[in-house]
Design a protein around this ligand. Structure first.
Ligand code: NAD
Length: 486
């Protein structure tokens, strides 16, 4: 007998209601840990974006004039509901994305709650400038919400990055049409249920699910959406600029990376090694901030390499729901194939795979899941494709260097410039190297240590603009200078 599985249908969230897409068509949503479809995503199009935008536009006058204390209270309630639903949300995130449940519980979902708390309270402290001209005049700057903001996010940290955009936009008094990644839509859907429970007024936040070239493009080109906040790949960012640029939309683009880890011989060896394990393989290497090119001072290169390979071999690739799993599944079959194609390319370019380099086949119901062994490659030149292009998986390269100048040249050689990590006990060297690195973020003797007040973003092809702290409020508001002659 053929067993018919119940497929949960995700719904759009438009004008305060959970609704079907107008076309009534759906696309498959996979659980990457078992390689099977387990729910259905609305295949929305510009008609759904139109409805969502109308709702957001209608809600804007009231929401933008709602006292910030009231907006803050509603958003803090939403944060509380996320905390109350930690287990349910973390399980959904792990099932949808393939990431270890322990990671979703420790990082993704708590951070989604923090995003709302941080911006809900941040707006209470946000003040604008005043410039006095002695006895002549006084200038003051109004910071006004702009209108309907389009927020588009990727699959690697689904709820974490989705809320990182929505929270400041709403706190500042805007309304939002948001699109989560079609690869990992589930927690955004659960968030819409929580928005209803939190009493967020209808139309203030609208979530439209579906494909990038349909929903994403419809948001990007909508004339009633003057602001686009996007996180995703550099190629997609360029497509957005092509449409939104000539429309003079305000844009914040957080894009790809190819981040260097620079390990000097005067580092705290054990700390550098332990943290490099995380920065290489956390979330299966699918964090835009992961260090994928590891440069080690020649004097400690062999020692570091041997210890790094040994530790990596001990990592457990397994069921994301098991508490001792270090790496779960990568997000999709096409992504797994892309990552493995880079291992092949690295070998063609003369690299040697020190460990990993292959798909991992697990047993039982996990046999069709998308698992990759954590991989370390050496013997490549800094300028080969493997060392220049973003792989975005559990694959890193390791290379020796001799001088500070040489390592800075190699670190800065890619078209990206998101984050860098530097390991040294010498403060002067740390300052010097940090100042010369072409990247928006430099971590010294740590990685992914985040203070939400700090500017977040990249240079070169890693992005345009900064998120985080008051930078986000500056982006999501329009300054207006008023000059009064005395
Ligand atoms: P992606 O660019 O394929 O998709 C991101 C989002 O954009 C998705 O919601 C997608 O549906 C949508 N989209 C796709 N095509 C679109 C179009 N033409 N117009 C509008 N929207 C469109 O990226 P991804 O594969 O989901 O995520 C991985 C990438 O994101 C990596 O390059 C990674 O480095 C980057 N990333 C960057 C940061 C950062 O903060 N800089 C953070 C996380 C991920």
């Amino acid at each position: 007998m053929v067993q018919i599985k119940f497929m949960q249908k995700i719904q759009n969230y438009i004008n305060g209601e959970l609704v079907e897409p107008i076309s009534k068509t759906y696309i498959d949503n996979y659980n990457p840990s078992i390689g099977e479809v387990y729910s259905l995503i609305p295949d929305s199009d510009e008609q759904d974006v139109e409805l969502a935008t109308k709702a957001a536009k209608a809600a804007f006058p009231k929401w933008s004039k709602t006292p910030k204390d009231d907006r803050s209270r509603i958003l803090q309630k939403l944060a509380q509901l996320i905390e109350d639903n930690l287990d349910r949300l973390a399980e959904a995130e792990s099932r949808d994305n393939g990431k270890p449940l322990s990671l979703a519980k420790r990082v993704d979902i708590p951070r989604a709650a923090s995003n709302f708390n941080f911006y809900a309270t941040g707006i209470l402290h946000y003040a604008s400038e005043s410039h006095a001209m002695e006895d002549t005049a006084i200038n003051y700057t109004l910071r006004e919400p702009i209108g309907v903001c389009g927020c588009i996010s990727p699959w690697n940290l689904p709820l974490y990055l989705f809320t990182w955009k929505i929270a400041p936009a709403l706190a500042a008094g805007n309304t939002v049409v948001a699109k989560p990644s079609e690869v990992t839509p589930f927690t955004a859907y659960l968030l819409s249920e929580l928005c209803v429970e939190a009493g967020l007024p209808n139309g203030v936040l609208n979530i439209v699910h579906g494909l990038g070239h349909k929903v994403g493009t419809a948001i990007t080109k909508h004339t009633d959406i003057p602001v686009i906040s996007f996180t995703g790949g550099t190629v997609t960012g360029a497509e957005i600029i092509k449409i939104a640029g000539p429309m003079f939309k305000k844009m914040s683009l957080e894009l790809g990376g190819k981040n260097p880890n620079i390990i000097f011989d005067d580092c705290d060896f054990d700390k550098a090694l332990k943290t490099t394990m995380h920065s290489s393989f956390a979330n299966q290497g699918q964090i835009c901030l992961c260090g994928s090119r590891i440069f080690v001072k020649r004097g400690i290169y062999e020692k570091f390499k041997i210890a790094f390979v040994e530790k990596t071999k001990k990592l457990k690739v397994g069921n994301p729901f098991d508490t001792d799993t270090n790496l779960g599944a990568v997000v999709s079959q096409p992504h797994m194939e892309k990552v493995l194609s880079y291992v092949k390319l690295a070998q063609e370019e003369g690299g040697t795979v020190l460990t990993g380099g292959h798909q991992v086949h697990l047993d039982g119901e996990l046999q069709n899941g998308y698992y990759i062994a954590p991989t370390i490659i050496e013997g490549l030149t800094f300028d080969c494709r493997t060392n220049q292009e973003e792989i975005f998986g559990p694959v890193v390269t390791i290379m020796p260097f001799d001088t500070e100048e040489e390592v800075l040249m190699m670190a800065n050689s890619t078209k990206y410039g998101l984050a860098s990590t530097v390991w040294t006990q010498d403060v002067t060297k740390a300052h010097n190297v940090a100042s010369k690195l072409h990247s928006g973020i430099v971590w010294v003797n740590c990685w992914l240590l985040r203070d939400l007040r700090t500017p977040f973003g990249g240079v070169k092809n890693s992005g345009v603009g900064r998120e985080g702290g008051f930078n986000a409020f500056e982006f999501f508001t329009e300054p207006k200078n008023v000059c009064i002659k005395l």
